[in-house]
Write a new protein. Structure first.
Length: 387
């Protein structure tokens, strides 16, 4: 029995070492990059797996269209990065192959299509999710997910902590023996302060009056307790903004409560609760396929669709009918993030017209509807008609 404990303790010691190093790195962190101070902004385009390359290509075309002048003047450049596929990742046995990581690091912002996450029973070995790895490698600590349903009074922005919690050691749990397995959840002061500050800063800059902290601090007392505590301390720096705290279970219920849910504005929450709650929230807006997601760090930022890679659509020859609207929305978030607010608003507006009010074309995912390319053309025509 002692041997089992010693072996497990050694493993745990290595995890602590790693996390202490990560904290040291966070302490050295510089401030947010300023895009207007750069000579050239490099936008990486990463297709990913399955329907990813098809839909990402459509979003790329729209960004090229909107940034034509900037590209001509040399203010913006696109860099297409092809190698983030499950086949390449399996070959390298890495969540992100080294050469791809190197290319990603040459960019300032990245638009990323869905990537396959192997799970038990899949034909692939169990390598880590490319999403999760990219968030860690590029230190993209704030996962910002907006959800809006104007006619129901829903206007929410989620600030999901993106680099720690149950995810940071998600591939590093271990079986102590045949009977016991452990996973770990990690909350750090630095990691929580920066996500809390991002949420409150956003609230302050956007005229929001309330930030809601969601945890399960009544049961997961240490890590969630720390998260809640730190958020409440940061709140003191923002006297005009009210802070309230909810547990994740009742919060999932309250999002369905039509009287209550319109009162929420900005949410800040640990990684796993953020993962779950944002899928629920996106459902009110029309499903995860309609939502975009921003992964923001101080040096890099990555924008992605929040749906999967739909390998079945590719097998059935339907990739060209895949709906590119979620990755296009992510493209709009990217534009806003690097300072092209007006272009971002135009793109958002065109998306609303094409998907909700006018609907001259509808993407159904099958040959009963438009192709992604036709939809992207429709978006660009609509943008032109806005000028
Ligand atoms: C998301 C996804 C990812 C996550 C998966 C693909 C690893 O569900 O972006 O929400 O859990 O973060
Ligand atoms: Mg998710």
């Amino acid at each position: 029995m002692n041997e089992i404990i010693t072996a497990a303790t050694e493993k745990f010691a290595r995890l602590i070492e790693e996390q202490l190093k990560r904290v040291e790195k966070m302490k050295q962190e510089k401030d947010f990059i300023q895009y207007d101070k750069l000579d050239k902004i490099i936008i990486g385009i990463v297709g990913g797996d399955g329907i990813g390359p098809a839909i990402t290509n459509e979003a790329h075309r729209i960004l090229e269209f909107l940034l034509k002048e900037e590209v001509e003047k040399g203010k913006v450049a696109f860099k297409v990065i092809d190698g983030l596929t499950i086949e390449n990742r399996v070959k390298a046995m890495k969540a992100i192959p080294d050469d791809v990581l190197q290319e990603l690091k040459e960019c300032h912002v990245i638009l990323k299509g869905p990537t396959t996450t192997p799970r038990a029973g899949d034909p692939w070995p169990n390598i880590e999710s490319a999403n999760v790895a990219m968030r860690k490698e590029l230190d993209l600590f704030a996962n910002v997910r907006p959800v809006k349903v104007p006619d129901k009074g829903i206007d929410w922005t989620f600030f999901r902590e993106n680099t720690e919690g149950s995810y940071v050691l998600g591939s590093k749990g271990f079986h102590v023996n045949d009977d016991i397995a452990f996973d770990f959840t990690v909350t750090t002061t630095e990691g929580t302060e920066r996500i809390a500050r991002a949420a409150f800063e956003y609230a302050a800059k956007n005229g929001k009056k309330r930030v809601t902290v969601v945890t399960k601090a009544n049961v997961v007392k240490t890590t969630d307790g720390k998260f809640l505590n730190i958020c409440q301390n940061i709140a003191k720096e923002y006297p005009g903004i009210e802070v309230d705290d909810w547990y994740i279970d009742i919060m999932t219920a309250k999002l369905v409560d039509e009287k209550r849910r319109t009162q929420f504005q900005v949410f800040v929450l640990p990684n796993l609760y953020g993962d779950i709650l944002t899928d629920e929230a996106a459902e009110f807006q029309g499903g995860v396929g309609t939502a975009g997601s921003a992964n923001i760090g101080k040096r890099y930022a990555m924008f992605e669709a929040i749906h999967g890679s739909a390998p079945r659509m590719v097998e059935e020859g339907r990739a060209k009918y895949a709906d590119p609207s979620s990755i296009i929305r992510a493209g709009a978030m990217l534009l806003a993030h690097i300072g092209y607010t007006e272009k971002a608003q135009k793109l958002e507006k065109a998306l609303d017209i094409c998907m909700h009010t006018e609907k001259k074309l509808v993407v159904t995912g099958r040959d009963t509807g438009a192709t992604g390319a036709q939809f992207a053309d429709y978006i660009m025509e609509t943008i032109q008609s806005l000028d």
